[in-house]
Ligand binder design. Structure first.
Ligand SMILES: [Zn+2]
Length: 398
């Protein structure tokens, strides 16, 4: 099978992640792709092959024991922000930079998406306008499988290799679905990025914060000096947080507080926030500022009107990856050997690697050539996918 055959096959599976389940993959349809991957990996004669209750597939190929075992990871599920049912990819060979009519309603245009300008002369695979494409992360899966089968069928000497296809990445559950006790790799690469020139060794450190307000509800006619309006207190809290630290005001290495959901009445109110920063000390300051804000408002109200529930979500993988300079060197050597340009990018989000790095499997992230993820404008630059097959092959034999 070729790279394109694999990719078109994987995107034909509907694998939309839905609601997280405790003991199974979120969507039973995901197992159909897990089984397909079991069949494909089995055909390559692995030394070990397993699938767990979450549909996570893990294959091990013992190689040169003098070298450290390395893992490659991609996720099989797709985002639920757009339908992933009956994906009908359109293949545009030798893209000329002009508008691509996806369907009657949608047009993919380089004016709106300037990244397309990098793809002139390349082969592009886009959607038919009704669904997402699923290149996130089936492009990663196709890249890994193609590199792996090239290496094994070419009988090349390779390092001990572990291939892990995960489930429910899009709902943040995939790292917990991996059976870490059976992982034999010393470190790994998630192949789950966009632009193929970007390598990510940094992600956010992430906390969630739920703000609960209990009001004192009194008939408005006799409310003077008595009513404490919970919804109003929540608005006060929100407005007291720095306006410049909101996602719409920040970029690059800047942190934010993001209000994702709000519900309330005069009686009670709840605000759900996420807090993000690249720096652990800065994160502590952000949390302290939120606590101080709540305390001041409570002082003014005269009772514990606001309570905060702050929960750790994941951490910047850089903290772990900095301890393994050899991983960075190995990546740079491969890109240089292939004469490929590369840049480091701090991901304003989390990756599977942000969690796995702290669970004992340090994992930077590599690009796949997938763009406009999670929506109907998604497309892959097939030439970039081909280039990434070479990167992964080199890493497999490095
Ligand atoms: Zn992804």
């Amino acid at each position: 099978m070729t790279l394109i055959e694999r990719f078109l096959n994987y995107v034909s599976y509907e694998t939309t992640a839905t609601e997280e389940k405790e003991d199974a993959a979120s969507n039973p349809l995901i197992y159909n792709l897990s089984k397909q991957m079991m069949r494909e990996l089995q055909a390559l004669n692995p030394n070990e092959l397993s699938i767990n209750q979450f549909g996570v597939v893990d294959a091990k190929f013992y190689g040169d024991p003098s070298k450290p075992a390395i893992a490659f990871l991609a996720h099989m599920d797709t985002s639920n922000q757009a339908s992933g049912k009956d994906v009908k990819p359109q293949i545009i060979k030798n893209y000329d930079g002009k508008d691509i009519k996806l369907n009657e309603e949608l047009t993919l245009s380089a004016k709106q998406f300037p990244t397309l300008l990098h793809s002139i002369g390349h082969c592009i695979i886009c959607t038919s306008g009704d669904t997402l494409l699923g290149g996130d992360d089936k492009a990663g899966m196709a890249i890994i499988m193609t590199a792996l089968s090239d290496i094994l069928e070419g009988k090349k000497n390779h390092r001990p290799l572990e291939i892990i296809f995960t489930t429910d990445e899009e709902i943040g559950a995939d790292a917990h679905h991996v059976s870490m006790e059976s992982v034999f790799a010393k470190y790994g690469y998630t192949v789950d990025g966009g632009d193929y020139r970007y390598i990510s060794t940094e992600s956010f450190t992430a906390y969630s914060m739920q703000v609960k307000v209990v009001g004192k509800s009194i008939h408005p006619g006799s409310a003077k000096d008595k009513l404490v309006n919970a919804a109003g207190v929540l608005m006060k809290f929100h407005n007291a947080l720095p306006e410049v630290l909101r996602p719409e005001e920040t970029s690059e290495h800047e942190p934010f507080y993001h209000l994702c959901n709000i519900q309330g009445s005069e009686d009670s109110a709840t605000g759900d926030y996420i807090i993000r920063s690249f720096d652990e000390d800065q994160m502590k300051e952000l949390i302290n500022l939120a606590k101080l804000t709540a305390r001041r408002i409570n002082d003014h109200t005269g009772y514990e009107a606001i309570t905060l529930e702050i929960k750790e979500q994941y951490h910047n993988m850089k903290v772990v990856l900095d301890k393994y300079p050899e991983i960075q060197k190995e990546m740079e050597d491969v890109y240089n050997k292939l004469g490929m340009e590369f840049h480091y990018e701090a991901i304003r989000g989390g990756t599977t690697g942000s969690q796995l790095s702290f669970m004992g499997l340090p994992c930077p992230n590599l690009g796949t050539g997938d763009y406009n993820m999670h929506g109907r404008y998604e497309y892959v630059d097939y030439d970039e996918m081909e280039a990434m097959v070479n990167v992964v092959k080199e890493l497999m034999i490095a």
